[in-house]
Structures are given as C-alpha cells and as structure tokens.
Design a protein around this ligand. Structure first.
Ligand code: CTP
Ligand code: MG
Length: 230
C-alpha cells in the first residue's frame, strides 16, 4: 500500500473575490471554505495532510480549524509563498508519502470518489489530474482578443485539482522549476510537463468541483453544498 499525502493550499490572497476575508476562510453553511477540503481528506484513505497557509494565518488555522474540528491527519501547517507554485513547493518539503495529491483549498466540492480516482491514477500512471471535458467551445486569442484558433472540443478539458503524482516525480520537477526561469505557472501538471517526460492522464473530476474564485462562485457553492449529494 502506498503512503499518500495531501497538500491543501490555502495561502492565496483571493484578490478576484474582492472581499476583506480571504476566500478560503469565508464561511459557507457555517464552515470555512477550506474546512470542506480538509474534511474530505480526513475521511479518505490519505495518511497525511499538509495545510499550506499564509504565515500570518498559521495560528488561526491551527486553533480555529485544525484543533477546533479535530483534523487528526493534519501533521503540519506550513507557510506558503507569494505564488501558488511557491506554496506547493513549501508543502512538498514536508511530504512523507509515496504519492502526493495537491489540492486547491478553494475547491470545497471535492469528494471521496474523486480522491480515490486520483490515488488510483497516481499509482497506475505516476501522474494524473482531475478534470472534466469542456462544455463550452474554447477559443485561443491574440493579445487584442481576436480569435486565433479553435481547438477541437473533444480534446479540451477543464483542469481541476487534486493533481496527483509519485513523490519523486513531483519533487524533482519542482526542484528543477525552482532553479529555472519558468513563469505563469497555474497548476502542478505544467511543472511536470515542463521538467519531465512523464505522461500525465486525466481522471474523472466532477462538474461540481468548482474553484471558488469570484463572488458568484459563492452563490453556486452554497447551492451545491446545500444540495442532497453533499
Ligand atoms: N494559493 C496558495 N498560495 C498562493 C496562491 C494561491 O496557496 N500564493 C492557493 C489558494 O489559496 C487557492 C488555490 O491556491 O486555494 C488556487 O488559487 P487561486 O484560486 O488563484 O486563489 P488566490 O490566488 O487566492 O486568488 P486570486 O488569484 O484571485 O488572488
Ligand atoms: Mg491566484
């Protein structure tokens, strides 16, 4: 059996949410948004959870989330960095497992089925990401917003988290990224794409597994979390 670690990211500033409270700590149905991800991993077969948050929020997270709700699998709460990839890098330094799941704490709709598919995918392929086929037609534009091309929708996927990797693969890829000039990194698969030959596969995510980014996402998440399935 592989030892599995989940890194839950909660070190962002939430600038697109335009709210005084950082979005990962805003409450939906009486719980901070990041609580939902921690709860899902706590209930899953992962062995260890690493929570990455702002340096100034570590004590708040320890007292008001981890201790308050009794998340026993959280073994460390570490300070993130200015960019998402810096937060991931810091989280990776604490990993003890063979498989690492990296998850946005701003995706509260994560569930045990998605977690299991990611673990199995990482065991089988070494690298996989949760995702769903795009429902809309996606266009690639130039800087002036004019359309340059239209990828075949059958090959366009919306990429979510968790993104799951063999530990050695993701550690080496991030170590190489750190030494490089790579910019505009928005997910972990990009780092593995850039710094290894490893094929990365999609596993089935869920259309419910949205990332809370802008204010209307709160309304959607409230509706989804109130829905029976949650
Ligand atoms: N994240 C992080 N460290 C950062 C930036 C982001 O841990 N330096 C986390 C966020 O807390 C979130 C996830 O990565 O759970 C996805 O990032 P995003 O949705 O972009 O969140 P923010 O960066 O907080 O939001 P924004 O880009 O609107 O400022
Ligand atoms: Mg961001």
């Amino acid at each position: 059996m592989s030892k599995v670690t989940a890194i839950v990211l909660a070190a962002g500033k939430g600038s697109r949410m335009n709210c005084d409270t950082k979005k990962q700590f805003m409450e939906i149905k009486g719980k901070p948004i990041v609580w939902y991800s921690l709860f899902a991993f706590e209930q899953s077969s992962v062995d260890q959870i690493i929570l990455v948050t702002g340096k100034e929020d570590i004590e708040f997270c320890r007292k008001n989330i981890v201790e308050k709700y009794g998340f026993k699998k959280v073994t460390s709460i570490v300070a993130g960095g200015r960019e998402r990839y810096e937060s991931v890098y810091n989280g990776i330094q604490e990993v003890k497992g063979d498989i690492v799941l990296i998850h946005d704490g701003a995706r509260p709709m994560i569930d045990k089925e998605i977690i299991l598919r990611c673990i199995k995918g990482a065991e089988k392929y070494k690298a996989c990401v949760a995702g769903v086929p795009a429902k809309d037609t996606i266009k690639i534009t130039g800087t002036d917003n004019s359309i340059e091309s239209t990828p075949n929708r059958n090959h366009v996927w919306i990429t979510q988290t968790p993104q799951a990797f063999a530990y050695k693969l993701i550690k080496t890829a991030y170590d190489n990224m750190k030494k490089s000039e790579m910019k505009n990194i928005t997910d972990d698969a990009m780092v593995v794409e850039q710094f290894s030959e490893q094929k990365i596969y999609f596993v089935e995510g869920s259309y419910r597994n949205i990332k809370i980014t802008t204010p209307e996402d709160i309304v959607i998440a409230e509706a989804l979390l109130t829905d029976n399935k949650s």
